[in-house]
Design a protein around this ligand. Structure first.
Ligand SMILES: O=C(O)CCC(=O)C(=O)O
Length: 319
């Protein structure tokens, strides 16, 4: 700053100081309280915060209200299908997912039931689409159909087969109250036989040897595309009638299949909230021995075990 500008600056500061003192004296002599001071008309004052003035300020308010309205609508529409206003932390992912192109669900009104389909045809028509499909003849000769039950998994995880190692990867307790697979396989016989408090749990395999050991009881579904790979992780869901998974959307890497090894389970698929007015909800049940293929990353889904046997499913992702 040069000397002249410095002088002007000092002069202006002095002047402002004098003016301020004058105003303070006036306020003092008039004995005004803070309420009156706060109501003084300061519209003549110059402000550097131009973005907060006049129409621009109104635009800011409108923008804030619009963001709030859109945010509330989004949370509300998510809550319509999930039944909860907030689901933290697992489902927060769904709040931040990018909006769907509703062509994923327009015209998809039901599940398609198939049998005796070649891997090529399945790949061309269904494998990577959003059309949910049930293949009815893909678990023939699976030992799992005969042998999977509560006791099988209790022995598998508690006894020698897994070297007493309890799985600690993904575990979903739903409303069971069991905090770990260890607790699941320590439940009393009454509850395990579905005569006590209802329960439903899900988990993924964790170790290659665990997946390999389980895969001796089932094989890769014959209809999957020949080039499709599955990683060494399988998913198991097990529990009694009236129980199931709450409405949610997944954030897994690939498409997946799920075989209904025992029991019957009802599925409800909901379009993403932004497609509510363009698409329909779909409800269907999967019977023992059937395999469901559905894109759970795009369809919101909820399950409910139907009356009768315990429901046990096994599934995996494929690319
Ligand atoms: O099978 C179930 O009950 C739930 C399955 C599920 O939520 C999923 O695969 O994402």
């Amino acid at each position: 700053m040069n000397a002249d500008r410095m002088k002007i600056y000092e002069k202006r500061t002095k002047l402002a100081e004098l003016k301020l003192n004058k105003i303070l004296h006036k306020i003092d002599s008039l004995k005004l309280n803070s309420y009156f001071i706060s109501r003084l008309d300061t519209s003549g004052c110059k402000s550097n915060f131009k973005f907060l003035k006049g129409t621009t300020k109104n635009h800011l308010y409108v923008a804030i209200i619009a963001v709030l309205v859109i945010g509330c609508w989004w949370i509300y529409s998510e809550s319509l299908i999930t039944g909860c206003l907030f689901q933290l932390p697992y489902d927060t992912k769904s709040l931040f997912r990018s909006p769907e192109d509703c062509s994923m669900c327009v015209g998809v009104n039901d599940v398609t039931r198939l049998s005796n389909i070649s891997a090529e045809e399945f790949e061309d028509l269904y494998a990577y689409t959003t059309q949910p499909v049930i293949v009815t003849d893909a678990t023939k000769n699976w030992k799992a159909i005969e042998q999977f039950n509560f006791q099988f998994f209790a022995d598998f995880y508690r006894n020698d087969k897994m070297g007493k190692r309890i799985n600690e990867c993904f575990y979903f307790s739903y409303k069971s109250g069991f905090k770990s697979l260890d607790e699941v396989f320590s439940m009393d016989d009454e509850r395990a036989n579905l005569s006590g408090d209802p329960w439903y749990v899900g988990w993924s395999t964790c170790y290659e040897e665990e997946t390999r050991a389980l895969r001796q009881y089932y094989t890769r579904p014959y209809f999957l595309p020949r080039t499709a790979e599955s990683d060494m992780v399988d998913w198991i869901f097990m529990g009694g009638p009236g129980q199931g998974a709450h409405m949610h959307v997944d954030s897994v890497r690939h498409m997946s299949w799920q075989a209904q090894v025992r029991g019957r389970k009802q599925w409800q698929l909901a379009p993403p909230p932004e497609c509510f007015y363009a698409c329909r909800w779909i409800t269907f049940s999967v019977e023992p021995g059937e395999i469901l293929v559905v894109d759970t990353n795009r369809w919101y889904h909820k399950t409910n075990v139907l009356p009768g046997d315990i429901s046990i499913t096994i599934g995996a992702e494929y690319d």
